[in-house]
Design a protein around this ligand. Structure first.
Ligand code: SF4
Length: 157
C-alpha cells in the first residue's frame, strides 16, 4: 500500500533572514488566523476537487474507512513547515490537523512541526502534543554571532 505525506507551509517568520529565498515574510499576528482558515478550507475542498476529477465517488463517506484511498495511498505523515509554524497559536495547528484527519484516510504516524527554539514554551509544547504533533524539527541559523549578524538576525548588542 502506498503511503501519502502532506506538507503544509506556514509562510510567517519572526525575522526575514537576508539569505532566504523561501516565500515567507514577517506579518502582523492578526494575519495568522485568516491564513489558517484558508488552509483548512483548501484541505476540506480537496475532497470536492477529487470528486470533480472522478476520483472516489463517495469520498466523503469513505474518508475514514479502509476502503478509501487517495490515489491508492493512505496518509501517514504530515509535515508543517515554513516559515516558522511554531509562531502559530497551538489551536491553529490543531485546526489544520483536524481538517486533514477529516479529509484523508489513514492514521497519522508522524506529525512534524518545524520550530524556532525561541518560540517554544512548555505550555505550547504540551498543546502541540495534545494536537497530535509527535516530532519537532528545530531550525537555527548559527551559534556564531558573526554569522547571525550577516544573516540579519542579530545586531551584536
Ligand atoms: S527563519 Fe527560515 S524560513 Fe524564515 S526567513 Fe529565516 S531562513 Fe527563511
Amino acid at each position: 500500500m502506498r503511503k501519502l505525506g502532506i506538507y503544509v507551509q506556514v509562510p510567517f517568520c519572526q525575522t526575514k533572514c537576508t539569505y532566504c529565498n523561501f516565500h515567507t515574510g514577517v506579518v502582523a499576528s492578526s494575519r495568522f488566523a485568516p491564513y489558517v482558515e484558508a488552509v483548512c478550507r483548501e484541505i476540506r475542498e480537496h475532497r470536492d476537487l477529487l470528486r470533480a476529477a472522478g476520483v472516489g465517488e463517495d469520498l466523503a463517506e469513505k474518508a475514514h474507512s479502509q476502503e478509501w484511498r487517495c490515489h491508492e495511498a493512505v496518509l501517514d505523515t504530515v509535515y508543517i513547515g515554513g516559515g516558522t509554524p511554531s509562531l502559530l497559536d497551538p489551536a491553529h495547528l490543531q485546526n489544520i490537523l483536524d481538517a486533514i484527519r477529516e479529509t484523508f484516510a489513514g492514521s497519522l504516524e508522524e506529525v512534524t512541526l518545524e520550530a524556532d527554539p525561541e518560540t517554544v514554551e512548555a505550555e505550547k509544547a504540551a498543546a502541540w502534543v495534545r494536537a497530535g504533533i509527535n516530532r519537532v524539527s528545530f531550525g537555527l541559523q548559527s551559534f556564531a554571532d558573526k554569522e547571525l549578524i550577516a544573516a540579519g538576525l542579530f545586531t551584536g548588542d
